[in-house]
Design a protein around this ligand. Structure first.
Ligand code: RM4
Ligand code: MN
Ligand code: MN
Length: 431
């Protein structure tokens, strides 16, 4: 028997916090109604919002210098699913889990799917991994995978991606995210155009293996591990490749994969305009692909991204449904706590964006009133919507204060008993 937080315990903890929440909620309702916003509509929107968890995020991450493991870490994909279930149980905003193969490889897809279903979870896009060598594989990816010069290496990388599709299909997933580390560390090392031609040839084979209701997400990244020229470095390359491949290919934006100060919200607007925005990997960063907790460094950027998403949803309606996922590495915090806070921060940005007075905004834009247009966005961003988020959780059976409840439950101590450390467990991945 694995330890799970008792719903009765959640109810008891919530009883203590409920009165305070109710009065905060009523105060906020008053503020919002003076602005013509109905708090109940916003709370329902918050309840319907979801962001998927990265299976690799529930283990302690590491840098390329070291990893400092925590206690009671998940030892395999079933443990990871358990932790994801706990995050969803308390936050009610993370019903999806994004798996990473071969890290999460299982020989019993049915058991894994059943375990997830029992916890109210489903599987979001699956991720392939050709940026490191798996034990026992025939060919090395040292000099590239989907773009490698050696056709046998490319064939192996393509086969791995097709394998991910098959496994994902058995798990009820509907998408494959492809991020490759391919590129060059030296000028001249690789023919830049030739590498992209080989990439497209490989991706065409992967695309051909997609089930009819699947999408493939192309994830770009400026640098690392290639430090001179990354093959899929930017959204332009990603967009060109997705266009070449066809309608089932879309672009995935990882917030950490751009040069500092890049206007990511504009990338969002561009990809949405041309129907190629497939999804997100949310995280935050100060310098590069830091994989810090969402909203911890630049919450205003996160809000501005959601402001563009709100605009796209307003224009395109149901047709616009990008996949939202977290992609983070937790090195100095309890990953469960970081993921709970991060999921709520993403949800917060979504609700804040829903608060934007769009009529006032377009009025100010029409009048070239830059100052008031900016203030209109700031008003939404500055609004503390915490009570809406807490009420949304409470009404769905989650925790009013997820981190306080998690700590009070001593979940990690229970897991420490249940999960004695295993050397070389999959949680010792690079993230
Ligand atoms: C990459 C990228 C991918 C993630 C790997 C672990 O930088 O963000 O999405 O799967 O890291
Ligand atoms: Mn990513
Ligand atoms: Mn990354």
């Amino acid at each position: 028997m694995t330890y799970r937080i008792d719903p009765q315990f959640i109810a008891e903890q919530n009883t203590r916090a409920h009165q305070q929440l109710q009065s905060d909620y009523e105060a906020l309702a008053g503020v919002l109604s003076r602005r013509g916003c109905d708090i109940e509509t916003l709370t329902r929107q918050a309840q319907a919002f979801a962001v998927a968890l990265p299976s690799w995020g529930v283990g302690t991450g590491g840098t390329r210098f070291a990893r400092f493991p925590g206690h009671g870490e998940p030892r395999n994909v079933f443990d990871k699913i358990d932790d994801c279930g706990t995050i969803h149980q308390l936050t009610r905003v993370t019903p999806g889990v994004s798996l990473h193969f071969p890290w999460d490889r299982t020989t019993d897809a049915r058991a894994l799917r059943e375990a997830a279903t029992r916890l109210g979870l489903h599987f979001d896009a699956v991720n392939s991994n050709t940026f490191q060598d798996a034990a026992g594989q025939a060919h090395s990816y040292k000099f590239g995978s989907l773009t490698a010069l050696d056709p046998e290496v490319r064939a192996q990388a393509v086969a791995h991606n097709i394998d991910c599709i098959e496994l994902g299909h058995a798990l009820g997933s509907k998408g494959l995210t492809v991020w490759i580390g391919d590129g060059a560390n030296f000028p001249g090392q690789s023919n830049l155009r030739g590498a992209l031609e080989r990439y497209l040839e490989s991706m065409r084979a992967i695309y051909a293996a997609l089930p009819s209701d699947w999408l493939v997400f192309i994830e770009h990244k400026l640098f690392e591990p290639a430090f001179y020229a990354t093959t899929i470095a930017d959204w332009g390359t990603s967009f060109a490749c997705a266009t070449e491949l066809g309608p089932k290919a879309k672009c995935l934006v990882d917030l950490g994969h751009h040069a500092p100060n890049t206007n990511i919200e504009m990338i969002v607007a561009r990809l949405a305009q041309f129907g190629k925005l497939g999804g997100f990997h949310f995280n935050d960063s100060k310098y590069g692909d830091d994989d810090l907790d969402s909203g911890s460094i630049n919450p205003f950027q996160l809000f501005l991204v959601f402001n563009e998403l709100r605009d796209a949803a307003g224009r395109d309606g149901q047709a616009f449904s990008p996949a939202y996922m977290l992609d983070q590495s937790h090195n100095v915090t309890d990953p469960i706590e970081s993921l709970m806070i991060s999921a709520v921060e993403v949800q917060r940005a979504y609700v804040q964006a829903a608060l934007v007075d769009t009529q006032a905004l377009s009025h100010h834009q029409m009048n070239n009133d830059a100052l008031m247009a900016a203030q209109t966005l700031k008003q939404a961003f500055r609004t503390d919507v915490s009570a809406i988020l807490a009420m949304a959780r409470y009404r769905c059976g989650g925790a009013i204060d997820p981190v306080a409840l998690y700590r009070a439950s001593a979940y990690r101590d229970h897991k420490r008993e249940e999960r004695p450390a295993v050397r070389g467990s999959s949680s010792s991945g690079i993230v």
